[in-house]
Design a protein. Structure first.
Length: 207
């Protein structure tokens, strides 16, 4: 669970960095999208990423079922710290919200770009900046994405810390520090994602 979680965290950092480019340069963002279009390395990367997500979801489901049978409502690696208690007790539910947001995101971007280009579907878009401007000009999508990022924040605050716990890298000295680092990391990542959404919505209002 910790290893697949680390894989997801590394992907989030890459995706966050990629999205931030769209704030400073639409042309630069389109270049990245073109680089990650239909080619052998991008397709292999997509398959590896999908496998990592599936394994993470599988392990989360198995662990949740085991915890329910063994300890009722008590969750795996549950922290008694009140600051992360909500996240630790609701990791599976938060994960489902994150998964739902991922489905929405795939439908809005991956389907309309890489998959449509691969299948030669009409209307395939190669300019990601066009999709971003169109999508985040609608307040409904803006709210949906911000709710998604909120759930992701809670999921990351506990998941980042428990990754170290699960892999045996945590101890009594570093426990508090890692929890603080988890909050900082989750806040930074989610604020950067939210910045792109709010920025493009603000542009649409000024247009």
């Amino acid at each position: 669970m910790g290893i697949t979680g680390l894989f997801m965290i590394l992907f989030l950092l890459f995706h966050m960095s990629m999205n931030l480019v769209a704030v400073f340069s639409a042309e630069g963002y389109d270049m990245i999208c073109e680089f990650l279009g239909v080619n052998w390395y991008a397709l292999i990367g997509t398959m590896v990423l999908a496998l990592g997500f599936l394994l993470h979801i599988l392990y989360a489901s198995v662990l949740t079922l085991q915890n329910i049978r063994a300890r009722g409502k008590q969750r795996y690696a549950m922290s008694r710290n009140k600051g992360v208690d909500f996240a630790s007790r609701n990791m599976f539910v938060l994960g489902l919200i994150v998964l739902g947001g991922l489905g929405l995101h795939l439908a809005n971007f991956w389907y309309k770009m890489q998959l449509s280009e691969l299948l030669h579907l009409p209307g395939a878009e190669t300019h990601g900046s066009v999709l971003i401007r169109e999508l985040f000009s609608h307040i409904g999508y803006v709210i949906a994405y911000l709710v998604w990022f909120g759930a992701l924040w809670f999921h990351l605050t506990h998941g980042f810390w428990s990754m170290f716990q699960s892999t045996g890298l945590n101890n009594s000295v570093w426990s508090g520090r890692l929890k603080c680092l988890s909050n900082i990391f989750a806040t930074f990542v989610c604020l950067c994602f939210a910045l792109v959404v709010v920025y493009y919505y603000a542009i649409s209002l000024c247009a």
